[in-house]
Design a protein around this ligand. Structure first.
Ligand code: R5P
Length: 294
């Protein structure tokens, strides 16, 4: 039997991946009991390889869903389970910053590794480690990057962008996006003082009259990209746009970007959001094919 792509009904991009990968797709039925518990129903006979599509923004309940679905899928005949999670949550808490803090990256990574044979994601936030397999203990733990696609997308909107990463961690994505689009690039330095408090220093290069694209993996509160944008505008940039892989944009993030002088916000569709412009289905299908998982 051909591998099957399973997804929940709120995963708007799962159909595009099934199409791009040439996979059949089925929806997991979900019933919520009055007390909040879930009843999940999968197709009763599964092929030996099942690909589950679940992007892990707002992850807490989804992690319980993954536990139930993965265990049920094996009972229903799946022998190999592949998780495609375009956004992989809990990757930023990668050390105990204060004694006693849980290192969520390691704990969630081990949880996924116990449930799935392969985990595929896009631009996970790997700061103090270099490979996803150091965090996720599945047999295959693969990180694809949307950065070249972000670079190519920016190139459709001009050939004169200066790509600016807001912090040292963004250097990897900014460099790849710049190479794909043929752009200059540089990174800022950032210090975080709280959930919504960051301070940023621009790199030492002239920004007057430049079109600047702030490129990062994640925008959550938006404070990081907003602060970089605001400084770039103050330094004379003629236009500042933001391009990110994961558009979490919590709370008033977008309003904050607007008041920082950002003219456009663009993102991939790893997290459904009005700013989505760059489809990840081709990249994910290509990754599945390269790993011989189709
Ligand atoms: C951290 O270094 C990440 O790459 C992002 O810069 C960060 O998560 C963005 O968070 P926020 O939007 O809340 O400033």
């Amino acid at each position: 039997m051909q591998p099957l792509l399973l997804h929940f009904d709120d995963e708007t991009c799962a159909g595009a991946l099934a199409h791009a990968a040439g996979l059949g797709a089925a929806t997991i039925e979900r019933h919520r009991f009055p007390d909040g518990e879930l009843r999940l129903r999968l197709p009763p006979a599964l092929p030996s390889r099942v690909v589950l599509y679940r992007s892990l923004h707002q992850p807490n309940e989804k992690l319980v869903e993954l536990l139930i679905v993965a265990r049920a899928a094996r009972e229903l005949g799946a022998r190999e389970l592949v998780l495609v999670a375009p956004y992989l949550a809990y990757m930023r808490q990668d050390m105990a910053f204060r004694p006693g803090e849980a290192v969520s990256q390691r704990i969630v990574g081990a949880f996924l590794g116990e449930l799935f044979d392969a985990v595929i994601t896009v631009d996970p936030h790997l700061h103090r480690i270099s490979r996803l397999s150091e965090a996720v203990s599945a047999r295959l733990a693969i990180a694809a990057s949307a950065a070249p696609r972000i670079g190519a997308f920016l190139a459709e909107h001009g050939n004169d962008w200066l790509l600016l990463g807001p912090d040292a961690e963004s250097a990897q994505w900014v460099a790849q996006a710049a190479a794909a689009g043929g752009f200059e690039h540089a990174v800022c330095t950032k210090a975080r003082h709280g959930d919504r408090e960051v301070s940023i220093d621009l790199p030492d290069l002239p920004l007057r009259g430049r079109r600047v694209a702030i490129v990062d993996d994640i925008a959550s509160t938006g404070r990081t990209v907003a602060q970089a944008a605001s400084l770039a505008r103050a330094a004379g940039a003629s236009e500042v746009v933001v391009a990110v892989t994961h558009a979490l944009f919590a709370g008033d993030a977008l309003a904050h970007l607007q008041s920082a002088g950002v003219s456009q916000v663009w993102s991939t569709d790893s997290v459904p959001h009005a700013s989505n412009r760059i489809a990840l289905a081709p990249l994910l299908a290509q990754t599945l094919a390269e790993l011989s998982l189709l």
